[in-house]
Design a protein around this ligand. Structure first.
Ligand code: MN
Length: 196
């Protein structure tokens, strides 16, 4: 059986930026639905992170659904860890690389926000690293995962309507801007530090 991460904080931890009800439904109904689907499609065969690169080991007829649901689990795992009740900034090697790549954290943040605003339809904006430690900000559609493109996801914002619609309705841009009051770079910093 595959599993999802436990939500790292209470449902109300992201108030008032992301409301309690949205977090509850998003985690328990949306995130866990991808898990339920994946476990129906396949018995545990390999670690979740390996599925995107080894998708050809699954039956051809199931590959699309397996990849979609595995991506749904992986992407939400990163999303929840990209948030916290109190915001935190990148540190260590990740901070150095952000400063080197974007000038400073504020420039990085603005570039991320601008990228997120250009996403068409449902998906995510990611901060990713390649295998050499080079950073990029990329958009992924639906439940695509950066792992399929040889990038390692560090930080993400979920841009599906279910992530913000109860509170922000059609104003996705307000969600994209306000969420920086709850962004957490501890997880991203730890991953990056462990790799490079
Ligand atoms: Mn979602």
């Amino acid at each position: 059986m595959y599993t999802v991460i436990n939500l790292p904080y209470p449902y109300n931890a992201l108030e008032p930026i992301i409301d309690t009800k949205t977090v509850n439904i998003h985690y328990n109904k949306h995130h866990k639905k991808y898990l339920e689907n994946l476990n129906k499609l396949t018995n545990y065969k390999m670690p979740l992170e390996e599925i995107p690169k080894k998708i050809s080991e699954f039956p051809l007829k199931d590959r699309g659904e397996i990849l979609y649901n595995a991506g749904g689990i992986l992407n939400h795992n990163i999303y929840w860890q990209s948030l916290n009740s109190t915001p935190s900034l990148p540190h260590g090697k990740l901070l150095s690389k952000i400063n080197q790549t974007y000038g400073n954290f504020n420039n990085f943040k603005n570039e991320f926000i601008n990228k997120a605003k250009t996403l068409v339809g449902s998906g995510y904006t990611f901060l990713v690293t390649d295998n050499n430690g080079n950073l990029s900000i990329i958009n992924m559609n639906n439940q695509e995962t950066p792992l399929s493109y040889n990038y390692i996801p560090l930080f993400t914002i979920d841009l599906w309507e279910h992530a913000y619609y109860l509170k922000y309705k059609n104003d996705r841009n307000a969600y994209i801007e306000n969420i920086w009051n709850k962004t957490n770079f501890n997880h991203a910093s730890t991953i990056y530090e462990s790799l490079f």
